[in-house]
Each structure stands twice: as structure tokens, then as C-alpha cells.
Design a binder for this molecule. Structure first.
Ligand code: CMC
Length: 436
């Protein structure tokens, strides 16, 4: 961390003496005020629910400029990565700090590919779930259970354990997602195929059956790969912060990633693509594109509790750069599948157009986020709505592992332990039962 020349000074209006707080500069982005000694010096905490103004760590992985609508993984713009690199190259970049060369790419792909099978016992564990269980409920359980299968990689303080856990998790996540899907559909599980790409194998495990040869469509393969690249990391979002906090206790990597999966499930985070698709389908059922105006009035009415899902972001106060790329992919996939006139896509475009011109959205800087289009793409590919967040979890696993690695390797890392402003009862005595 680079110490800035200036300091922040905290002064009081009651005559108490002021204190200076160090300021650190990042390579880009806002400076931070170091308040680590604040409590020791003042007896006070800071209050910041939702961490609106708090940097919880230093990180060199992902940078977002929310005002510009810029996203960089290890310095590379997401547009260049999504166009020139595949998901496994992106994984290498996030995990090890740089893109692989040609030989490194082959070596890394082979490592991941040879870890895609899961322990055969896993399918019996999966059988304990109801057939109609939500895939995210299954995934949370299965990922947590990996720690019971791979005892040789559970020491979070051992870099070799973390590395092999990362490879295992990246490799096995699509297998688990596909197994959850097949279990729900009542179809046989399809074992991974090593001659396919990461995305191609994902499609094969999802959509092939033992009855006939499954041929991977390269347009769909590229679209899924792009979904994975775009979702691979997003700095200190809710699930990543969850993984860091969970891992900070020294728990094993599988348990920490299971916590991230659980957090991602929420509709304000990874569950938004599912919620967005449900919203679009709801509008279609209740009158279709003609009722868009009416729906938008509800969105703008604070008492209705209706939100335009897939819009707005804590960090982006401009068009989410991932949404632009996803819109492009959406058009490609719909054209390939002959679905250009897909009513849901038309509805999404109509909603987007209104929102981008409406003062409610403009004044609040609410733009489409990645989930606005990723749901439509996934639905067109044939992925069921309730599986969307599980696909997102597969993509984000690499980001979670890279961030976990970074935290454990940081000499300044401590167990996460926020404080509070207490507003409950002060000390009181337990009354006898007859007086309660
Ligand atoms: N529809 C209608 N109004 C909205 C929306 C929306 N989607 N998002 C924000 N607002 C309003 C909000 O009511 C508030 O209005 P006011 O200032 O009058 O009280 C204002 O905009 C600021 O919003 P906020 O809730 O304070 O912003 P936040 O940073 O706490 O929340 C968010 C960000 C993503 C949770 C929120 O925008 C939201 O719920 N969006 C819909 C869900 C969604 O698409 N989530 C996916 C996020 S991207 C995927 C990911 O990275 O996980």
C-alpha cells in the first residue's frame, strides 16, 4: 500500500483534540482513510451498514470504475477478455495474475479437464434431495460436502492445498450443476468428456443423453463461455465478501465457497437473472408488451415493492460493461436459434428503452446490469430458469478462490469481525417467572 502525503484529520466540536489518520493510495480508484487505530485512539467505531464507504481489504485482482462503466481483471478490460480469451485463460489470469502463454494454456486446461469427475459417492448424496429441490439448495450442499471427499486439500493455510482446491472446484462445479439438473429432470447423469472445451463439456453434461451423440453448437458454446468470462469475478461483492469472511476463520476452501454459493442465491445478487426472467414472464402473462407502461408505473411507485430486476447496481452508475457484451451475445444466440422475434427479448428491449429515457431511472443512474440479458441467453440455450444462478456460481468460483488466496496470502489479513452500534436493552435483571 502506498502512503499518501496528505492525512485525514478528525476533529470534534467539543474541544477534544483532533487526530490524524493515514491515507493510502491505490494504483487507480479512490484513496482510503486508514481507521485501524481509530478505536484505540478515540474509543469510537465507524458506522457503515452495507459497507457503502468501507474498503474491507486491499486487492490487485479486479478493478471497477462504476462511473465510467469499466471492469478490469488484473488490468485487462473485460471487453478484450470476452473477445480474445476463453474462460480457462480468464481463470488462469485471475488465479495466477497473468494470461497463460500457449503452452501454459494447454497445461492449465489439461489440469482442469482431468479434475472434472466427482467422487462416485456424490450421486448417492445427491439422491437425498427431493427431485424438485432448488438447484442452489443442492449446490450449496454439494459444494460444502466436497470437503468430506477431498481430505487432502482442506488446509486453507497451505498454498498447495488452496491451489488444488481451486482447480478441483473450477473443474467440478459444472459437473455438480449438471448433476443437479439431470436429477431434477429424471435423466441419467452424463460423465464429463475430456475432448470438449470447458463450456462444450458443460453443455454436453447438461443436454446430452446416453441415447444419441450430442454435437456441441459452437455459437452456443461461445455464448456460454462468454457468460462464464463475464461472471468470473467482480471485486468485493456480497458473495465474495462472504467467502473472504468465512475463509478468514481458517475454515477449508470448500466450506468457504459453499458460503459464497449460499450468498449468491439471493435475488439482489446472483439470483437477479432468475428474478429478471420471472419478471419478464410475469409481464407476458399479465398482458404482454402493451402493459409495459403500467408495469413501469408500479416500479416507480415506492409502495408497490416492485423493482425492475436486472437494473441498477451498487457500483455501476453507468451502463454495466458486461450488459453490453451480453446484449451482443443475446442477439447472436437468438439469430443462431432462429428466435430473433422472441417475445421475451422484444419485451426486454422495450423495458430497457423506456427505463433509459425515464427520469426515475436516469436521475438515479439505474442502467441494465449483466443479469438483464444473461437470463434471456440462458433460456434460449435451454437452461431452466431455476438453474441460472447455479451457472453464475460455476463462473464465480474462480473469482472466489482467487480472492480467498489473496486474503490468506496477505500479511495484514485478520479474522473478519465487524463491530456494532448497540441499540438494545441496557443491563437488567431476570425477573422471577411470576413477574414476567
Ligand atoms: N428498480 C427500481 N428502483 C430501483 C432499482 C430497480 N431495479 N434499483 C435501485 N432502485 C432505486 C432505489 O429504490 C433507490 O431509490 P430512492 O433513492 O428513491 O430510495 C435508488 O434507486 C438507489 O438504489 P439502492 O437500492 O439504494 O441501491 P443499492 O446500491 O443499495 O442496490 C441493487 C443495488 C443491485 C441491490 C438494486 O439496484 C437492485 O435491487 N436491483 C435489482 C436487482 C438486480 O438486478 N441485482 C443484480 C445486481 S448485478 C449482479 C451482481 O453483481 O450480483
Amino acid at each position: 500500500m502506498k502512503l499518501a502525503e496528505n492525512k485525514a484529520t478528525l476533529t470534534y466540536n467539543n474541544g477534544a483534540s483532533s487526530i490524524d489518520l493515514p491515507v493510502y493510495q491505490g494504483n487507480i480508484g479512490p484513496d482510503v482513510i486508514d481507521i485501524r487505530k481509530l478505536y484505540a485512539q478515540t474509543g469510537m467505531f465507524t458506522y457503515d451498514p452495507g459497507f457503502l464507504s468501507t474498503a474491507s481489504c486491499q486487492s490487485s485482482i479486479t478493478y471497477i470504475d462504476g462511473d465510467k462503466g469499466e471492469l478490469l481483471y488484473r488490468g485487462y478490460p473485460i471487453e478484450q477478455l470476452a473477445t480474445n480469451c476463453d474462460f480457462l485463460e480468464t481463470c488462469h489470469l485471475l488465479l495466477y495474475g497473468d494470461l497463460p502463454d500457449a503452452a501454459g494454456k494447454i497445461e492449465f486446461s489439461e489440469r482442469v479437464t482431468h479434475h472434472t469427475m466427482v467422487h462416485e459417492q456424490m450421486q448417492f448424496f445427491l439422491r437425498g434431495f427431493r427431485r424438485d429441490a432448488h438447484p442452489m439448495a443442492i449446490l450449496t450442499g454439494l459444494v460444502g460436502a466436497l470437503s468430506a471427499f477431498y481430505h487432502d486439500s482442506t488446509d486453507i493455510n497451505n498454498p498447495a492445498h488452496r491451489d488444488i482446491s481451486a482447480i478441483r472446484l473450477i473443474a467440478k462445479m459444472p459437473t455438480l450443476v449438471a448433476m443437479a439438473y439431470k436429477y431434477n429432470a429424471g435423466q441419467p447423469y452424463m460423465y464429463p468428456k475430456n475432448n470438449l472445451s470447458y463450456a462444450g463439456n458443460f453443455l454436453h453434461m447438461m443436454f446430452a443423453t446416453p441415447c444419441e451423440e450430442y454435437v456441441v453448437n459452437p455459437v452456443i458454446e461461445r455464448a456460454l463461455d462468454r457468460i462464464l468470462v463475464l461472471h468470473a469475478d467482480h471485486e468485493q461483492n456480497a458473495s465474495t465478501s462472504t467467502v473472504r469472511l468465512c475463509g478468514s476463520s481458517g475454515t477449508n476452501p470448500f466450506a468457504a465457497i459453499a458460503a459464497g454459493v449460499a450468498c449468491l442465491w439471493g435475488p439482489a445478487h446472483g439470483g437477479a437473472n432468475e428474478a429478471c426472467l420471472n419478471m419478464l414472464e410475469g409481464i407476458m402473462k399479465n398482458g404482454g408488451i402493451e402493459t409495459v407502461g403500467e408495469f413501469m408505473e408500479q416500479v416507480k411507485d415506492k409502495n408497490s415493492g416492485v423493482k425492475l430486476m436486472g437494473f441498477g447496481h451498487r457500483v455501476y452508475k453507468n451502463y454495466d460493461p458486461r450488459a453490453k457484451l451480453m446484449q451482443e451475445t443475446c442477439k447472436e444466440v437468438l439469430a443462431e436459434l432462429g428466435l430473433e422475434n422472441d417475445p421475451l427479448f422484444k419485451l426486454a428491449m422495450a423495458l430497457e428503452k423506456i427505463a433509459l429515457e425515464d427520469d426515475y431511472f436516469v436521475s438515479r443512474k439505474l442502467y441494465p446490469n449483466v443479469d438483464f440479458y444473461s437470463g434471456i441467453v440462458q433460456r434460449a440455450i435451454g437452461i431452466p430458469v431455476e438453474l441460472f444462478t447455479a451457472v453464475f456460481a460455476s463462473a464465480r468460483t474462480v473469482g472466489w478462490m482467487a480472492q480467498l488466496n489473496e486474503m490468506i496470502s496477505d500479511p495484514e489479513y485478520k479474522i473478519g469481525r465487524p463491530r456494532q452500534l448497540f441499540t438494545g436493552e441496557t443491563r437488567r435483571d431476570v425477573p422471577p417467572m411470576s413477574d414476567r
